[in-house]
Design a binder for this molecule. Structure first.
Ligand code: PMP
Length: 362
């Protein structure tokens, strides 16, 4: 069957191992612990209770209200940005997909500060874009100079992730400002993990048409399963993005849940505080283990570098214990690395004990 030419050598998204498949392989019931998805270990029973009390009033027979005004209004208050500068999406991945469909074709140079979230490369290649990977400098800092030098006239788009998945560091605000000052370029800043860093660049969208900020409810809001994301940009840019918006991609149930969540920011903030404390506790413990380097993180995950041990071996040994971490050792400059996300302290202890046992015995 004929497929589009640019998909012939295309390397698709690497799906992670399924918990149910692993459980049946290991003959374990409910003992699989995922540390690879960068999601939250918390479920707000209160939000679900509120949702269930509203279910009988939801117009589930109909498509969602096309304006999405209720949710946009709540997001607008949360990020302190005008409502007409927001568009909501089915997870932030759909936002990235809309960006690619709006701005990328075979004449576009997609500049990606790597290593980073692989979806930027994927969406660009799907649209036929020419991917230019700019390796990060020491400590994974964006190479501003090289990025600036890679910008060509009126056909460049830059993807930055802040804090960056999988390295955990944030982009510098001055770097973003230097980049967006060039009107020939569109700058995307993926802030999927920004709530954990306490830093954001959304305010800059008030002054620059060529900046798009991507956000999600999947991480700090603990709602990955509900699939809700949003983008913040100038009204002009949002109008362009909405040209390719798929009709009705958000569910009525998810919209209701997101609105409930935004009325309970306290729950979100408590979880963020807990995760940050746990992250620092885990880092301290791991820092004491010989042969492991732990990078500083602004997000809800940590990146580890193993000086001697093979990360593939560690990954597989953990898998046998029902512990799934993210093997990032196939990524540029991360050959000796694994990433894991922070869960509850009891779960983190299980992983830390497994790490130290594996390191001691290998
Ligand atoms: N951006 C980054 C940096 C991510 O790590 C992820 C998911 N892991 C996403 C976007 C997509 O998240 P979602 O579609 O659930 O909003």
């Amino acid at each position: 069957m004929r497929i589009r030419k640019n998909l012939e050598d295309f390397k698709p998204y690497e799906w992670q191992i399924s918990s149910t498949n692993l459980a049946s392989k290991l003959k374990k019931n409910n003992q699989i612990l995922r540390f690879d998805t960068n999601t939250s270990p918390y479920i707000s029973k209160m939000w679900l209770k509120k949702l269930s009390s509203r279910l009988d009033k939801l117009n589930i027979n109909d498509y969602p209200d096309v304006s999405y005004n209720n949710l946009k209004k709540s997001i607008s208050e949360y990020v302190n940005i005008n409502q007409n500068m927001i568009t909501v999406t089915n997870g932030s991945d759909e936002g990235l997909d809309m960006i690619a469909k709006t701005f990328i074709d075979e004449n576009t140079n997609t500049i990606i500060s790597t290593p980073t979230y692989m979806f930027y490369r994927i969406i660009s290649q799907i649209m036929g874009g020419n991917v230019i990977s700019i390796p990060r400098k020491e400590n994974f800092i964006d190479d501003e100079e090289l990025i600036l030098n890679s910008i060509t006239e009126n056909n460049s788009i830059i993807f930055l992730c802040s804090p960056n998945n999988p390295t955990g560091n944030s982009s510098k605000r001055e770097t973003i400002i230097h980049l967006i000052k060039n009107p020939n370029v569109i700058v995307i800043v993926d802030e999927a993990y920004s709530e954990f860093s306490g830093k954001t660049l959304v305010d800059l969208t008030n002054n620059y048409d060529n900046l798009i900020i991507i956000r999600t409810f999947s991480k700090a809001f603990s709602l990955a399963g509900a699939r809700i994301g949003y983008m913040v940009a100038s009204k002009t840019t949002i109008d362009l993005l909405n040209i390719v918006r798929p009709p009705n991609s958000l569910s009525v149930i998810s919209l209701a849940l997101a609105e409930i969540a935004l009325k309970d920011i306290k729950f979100v903030q408590e979880n963020i505080r807990y995760i940050i404390n746990e992250r620092e506790r885990c880092k301290k413990i791991l820092d004491k283990i010989k042969g492991v380097q732990v990078y500083r993180s602004d997000a809800n995950f940590l990146l580890l570098k193993f000086n001697k041990l093979n990360p593939n071996k560690i990954y597989n040994l953990l898998l046998q214990k029902g512990l799934i971490v993210r093997n990032v050792s196939n990524m540029i400059n991360l050959e000796k690395c694994l990433r894991f996300n922070i869960r509850t302290s009891a779960h983190n202890d299980i992983l830390l004990t497994a790490f130290s046992e594996i390191i001691k015995n290998n």
